[in-house]
Design a binder for this molecule. Structure first.
Ligand SMILES: Cc1cc2nc3c(=O)[nH]c(=O)nc-3n(C[C@H](O)[C@H](O)[C@H](O)COP(=O)(O)OP(=O)(O)OC[C@H]3O[C@@H](n4cnc5c(N)ncnc54)[C@H](O)[C@@H]3O)c2cc1C
Length: 462
């Protein structure tokens, strides 16, 4: 049906950032600090995206996963995480002991991450936006765009005030799902090439009062950081009814408080409202059942209590833009260097099979190697054919397994900062994201303290 309505029109903004997650946060800050008038619209009531709203309070990918833990992402990521650590709301990775079973995931590789308190994080992010002069509209959903001559002229959004439109010079699509790119008619793909299926979703919960010494003792004795033998025994007894055989727990900023990143909900389409609602209800049922199993059978969890269940389902994969360049698995495997590098990831392959949630095809099937770090070219952020929209974060132009290293929150911060600076260049030149001078972009990012060149770094203390 047709739906015509006169919309209230807000004052013009230079940039509208849609989505306030790990890619939208630095994008908004970088654009505002470059002197632009910036509006950030966010569907929930807080910033942080998956890291806060979906409970994934462990920032990965900003350092290499080996013992040296070299910096891969700096700039706004470092500014925010170090300030949060100074306030006691995060743990600096260099203060985490490098050991075979680090409690921050019970794995040596995950010791590179930054575990944080989502409550303190959202407070800090509010302050950062206010300081930078970013206008924020919470509980506001991006709805649609008006496009003329391959440029977005208006963003249409909705909140408690109703539908409204915002005249805009450039848009940063940080929705994670490429909502803006998709609604403006950019070329997109979704999910697995052969059948469109996507990697499972998760409903995360946090528990407190975990006796980590008891957990560690069990893990070390059985050499089992994912508790497979307990799970298989429970499955025999008919009590473990889930289609996966792992229990992942990550200590957050306080000892005894753990993020349970375990549920794996198949067949969720994060771009389909009904599917998300169904996934959310299944997630809550699984969390409830899993929590009872944890208390009954998992060492150290006997007296744990639920601190929070995420109010938002954790979606790992939906749409991807198709830009001029689609980054390949071979690029990651060979450590291909790019002339337009705007950041790096230190994280590895991680995109579980859509139907077998504990199964990681890149490790177990294809056995593909990767280098210590992965450069991120600017081109993967730029969709086609719209000229004034850029898409940092999870919806980038890559073969889907490249999402493993690049979708983590650390690299999303790097992409977001680059998108914010690129927006200032596009607006200054009345140009297009496709024709940004990437030497100039890299020079400006360098000046701002972001990491765009790889140089050997001193080995970390631990
Ligand atoms: C279950 C799970 C576990 C993960 N584990 C880790 C981990 O341990 N460490 C790690 O670093 N990374 C992890 N990741 C990956 C990482 O969290 C995400 O890939 C990353 O947050 C993506 O950042 P983003 O900014 O692109 O999108 P998001 O984090 O999804 O942020 C998008 C934001 O946009 C908002 N939004 C979306 N659509 C609209 C709209 N139409 N209008 C207005 N606002 C909108 C959302 O509310 C959200 O705040 C995990 C992801 C999942 C789902």
């Amino acid at each position: 049906m047709e739906f015509n309505k006169d919309l209230k029109v807000l004052d013009e903004y230079d940039v509208v950032v849609c989505g306030g997650g790990p890619s939208g946060i630095p994008a908004a800050l970088a654009a505002a600090r470059a002197g632009l008038r910036v509006l950030l619209i966010e569907a929930t009531g807080q910033l942080g995206g998956v890291g806060t709203s979906a409970g994934v309070s462990h920032l990965l990918g900003a350092r290499t996963q080996d013992q040296s833990r070299q910096v891969c992402v700096a700039g706004i990521f470092t500014e925010i995480t170090e300030e949060l650590a100074r306030r006691g709301g995060a743990i600096h990775p260099l203060s985490i002991k490098h050991e075979k079973y680090s409690p921050h995931g019970w794995s040596a590789g995950l010791a590179e991450g930054v575990p944080f308190d989502p409550v303190q994080m959202t407070l800090l992010l509010d302050e950062k936006m206010l300081d930078a002069g970013v206008d924020i509209l919470y509980f506001t959903q991006f709805v649609d765009v008006v496009v003329k001559d391959e440029r977005i002229t208006h963003v249409v959004a909705f909140n408690k005030s109703g539908l409204f439109s915002v005249p805009v010079k450039a848009v940063i699509d940080a929705t994670g799902d490429g909502d803006v790119a998709a609604r403006s008619g950019c070329t997109m793909v979704k999910g697995r090439e052969e059948d469109g299926l996507m990697t499972p979703a998760s409903l995360i919960f946090h528990v407190e009062n975990v006796d980590q010494d008891a957990t560690r003792e069990y893990i070390e004795k059985h050499e089992s950081n994912r508790f497979r033998e307990i799970i298989l025994e429970l499955r025999e007894k008919g009590e473990w009814t889930f289609p996966y055989e792992i229990m992942i727990s990550v200590q957050l900023h306080e000892v005894g408080t753990m993020m349970i990143n375990t549920t794996r909900i198949c067949d969720v389409d994060g771009t389909d409202g009904r599917s998300i609602s169904k996934g959310m209800m299944q997630g809550r049922r699984e969390v409830n059942h899993l929590f009872n199993l944890l208390r009954t059978y998992f060492p150290g969890f006997e007296n744990c209590k639920i601190r929070s269940v995420a109010p938002v389902l954790g979606i790992r994969e939906t749409r991807r833009i198709v830009g001029d360049y689609v980054m390949t698995v071979a690029d990651v495997a060979t450590g291909n260097q790019f002339p337009d590098t705007i950041g790096f990831s230190g994280y590895g392959w991680d995109l579980p099979d859509p139907k077998r949630p504990s199964y990681q095809p890149m490790y177990e099937d294809q056995k593909t190697e990767r280098k210590l770090y992965t450069p991120i070219p600017y081109r993967v952020l730029v969709p086609n054919p719209i000229r004034n929209v850029i898409c940092p974060g999870r919806a980038i132009s890559v073969e889907r397994h490249v999402l493993g290293p690049l979708r983590e929150q650390g690299p999303c911060y790097a992409m977001g900062q680059a998108a914010g600076v690129a927006a200032s260049m596009v607006i200054r030149d009345n140009g297009a994201f496709q024709t940004v001078d990437t030497d100039e972009l890299r020079a400006e990012l360098r000046r701002l303290g972001a990491k765009v060149d790889w140089e050997p770094q001193p080995v970390a203390a631990n």
